[in-house]
Structures are given as C-alpha cells and as structure tokens.
Ligand binder design. Structure first.
Ligand SMILES: Cc1ncc(COP(=O)(O)O)c(C=O)c1O
Length: 299
C-alpha cells in the first residue's frame, strides 16, 4: 500500500487493486480450452481488437435489462452460461462475503499505521471494501464515521437508475455486500467532480487515480474542511493508468459533456434518498437499504 501526505496533513491511502483475472492464467487457458469474453455493445470495438490479437473468442449483446440495466443483462447471461457449465465458478463479488472478509488485511494495515481516525471515506461498487474495513476499524475507534461515495444514476443507495459514465463506483443493482447499517452518510457525485478530483491530485501530489479515486478525494477534502481538525482517511481503489483515455483526456470529457471547471465544490443536502434525484454532488445522512425500504419510502 502506498500512502501520500496531502490534504492539509491528512493521509490518502492508495492500496494496490484487488487481484484480477489478468494476474494469472485463466482457468480456460490452464486447461487448454479457448476462452470466451462477453462484452456489451459499447465495448465491441475494443473487444474485437483484443480477440483479434489474442485468439480469444468473444460475444456481444445489445440491450440493457428493463430493470437493472446493462449490469442485470450481463448477470442474467452469466447465470445462463453457468447453468450450462457444471464445473464453472463465479466469485460473485456483489454478494460473496469473501469479498468483504478479503479486506481484513487492509483494515489491519490502516489500524497499525494510523494513531487515530475520525472519518473514513469509501467509494461503493460491490460494497466490499467499505464493509470489510469499517468493522475492524470501529473496534479501534468506535466513533469513526463512514461516508459512502456513490455515482449519480446509481441505485445502490436508493436513487433511480440512469446511464452512468463513471466506472468502479456505483451500480444498477443492489449488491448484498453493501453494509448499509455501517454508513453515517452517502454522497453522490457526477463525472465532473471526479475528473476535477483526479486532475487536482495529479497536479498537486504524486498520486492520482480514476473515477472513484477522484470522487473520494473530493469528498475526503470536503470532510476535512467540514470536520475541522478531524483525521480523515480514504481509499484509492486504483491508479490513473486505466483512465488516460477518459478522465485525463479532454476530447473524451468534452465529447461526454463533462466540464471539470464546473464541478461542484460542496454537496447539496437531501433529506432522504427518495426525496430528490441527485443530478450532481448531493449528500444524505439517512442511509437505508433500498430493498428494505417500506413502500412509500418511509424507512
Ligand atoms: C476502480 C474501483 N473503484 C471502486 C470500486 C468499488 O469498491 P467496492 O466494490 O469494494 O465497493 C471498485 C471495485 O471493484 C473498483 O474497481
């Protein structure tokens, strides 16, 4: 894990990304079978190029599911494939408790290296790392506040599903690894805030990253301003290398109507996730599990 001091003496934590499929030969390659990749239409060109160079097969499909969007469509197809492959294994990062428990070592590392912690800021996609580190850290610091950072247009914390430009944080489903009870507040940010956060980090320090890093950096800096004197830590899920053609590319941001100069500098407060749609940086101190919210949105 790399740590850098910035944000008025607060620490940014930048762990290496979790192991990915590309770190070791795929089961298909180990067993000598030909692997297949599945891609949504917007990945067709890149996947076509990948398969042309690697000999890996690929398939695509074109439509989002009526409920749950592209993510639900991908998962439906995945389940279909799994049904026909008796020996197949899907780690299921959304619901598998091993995702959460895999972060015990990160929690231990943070606890060992920090004298004290008041606020922890985590992006939320599957919910894995926030759920995995908050429990052990609260055993050290019971009053520790947890701030979740989600994308506008994400359903995780009860907002309506919309097309999302950012990757990593956010979802169009409701992963069961999200520890709703553990969060004190949630922030939704748009791409402009995330791009602005990434570029500020790149300009002002030796560490930066992608969408989720930019977003948590903005929220952590905000938290450090609002909670004067508090020790604020955040997790940068990855580095900038995968985002050179998006977050750091003016042609990309302009083409997608993202103007980092117009990024909000503070959140708008909403009383309940169902009370208003967050179209830019918004904040809510009422965190509920949308699947447990009573009809009428009163829980
Ligand atoms: C780049 C990036 N950002 C944010 C997240 C969200 O983290 P989590 O899934 O632990 O909630 C992930 C998770 O895979 C990620 O890869």
């Amino acid at each position: 894990m790399n740590a850098a001091n910035c944000c008025r003496g607060h620490r940014w934590w930048s762990p290496p990304r979790a192991p990915s499929a590309s770190d070791s030969p795929s089961p298909a390659r180990r067993s000598g079978t030909r692997s297949s990749w599945w891609a949504t239409a917007n990945w067709n060109r890149r996947c076509g190029s990948y398969s042309g160079r690697t000999g890996c097969g690929w398939r695509s499909w074109t439509g989002p599911a009526p409920r749950g969007g592209w993510q639900a469509a991908r998962l439906a197809r995945l389940r279909e494939l799994l049904g026909g492959l008796p020996d197949a294994y899907w780690p299921d990062q959304y619901n598998n408790p091993d995702n959460t428990s895999g972060y015990a070592s990160l929690a231990a590392e943070l606890a060992a290296q920090l004298d004290h912690l008041d606020v922890l800021v985590c992006s939320v996609g599957t919910g894995g790392h926030s759920a995995g580190i908050i429990g052990p850290l609260r055993r050290h610091w019971p009053a520790l506040r947890l701030i979740g950072v989600d994308s506008t247009g994400s359903t995780i914390f009860g907002q309506p599903a919309r097309p999302r430009l950012m990757r990593g944080l956010g979802s169009s489903i409701h992963p069961r690894n999200v520890a709703y009870d553990a969060f004190d507040e949630v922030h939704w940010l748009g791409p402009a805030e995330a791009v602005d956060g990434c570029r500020r980090l790149a300009r002002g320090s030796f560490v930066s990253g992608g969408w989720s890093t930019g977003a948590v950096a903005r929220v952590a800096a905000w938290a450090a301003r609002v909670h004067s004197g508090a020790v604020v830590a955040t997790v940068f899920p990855d580095g900038p290398h995968r985002y050179l053609g998006t977050v750091y590319d003016d042609d990309f941001t302009t083409a997608h109507g993202v103007d980092p100069d117009a990024a909000a500098t503070r959140p708008v407060q909403i009383p309940h996730p169902c009370a208003a749609e967050a179209t830019g940086w918004a904040r809510c101190t009422r965190v509920t599990d949308p699947l447990e919210t009573a009809p009428g949105g009163t829980s």
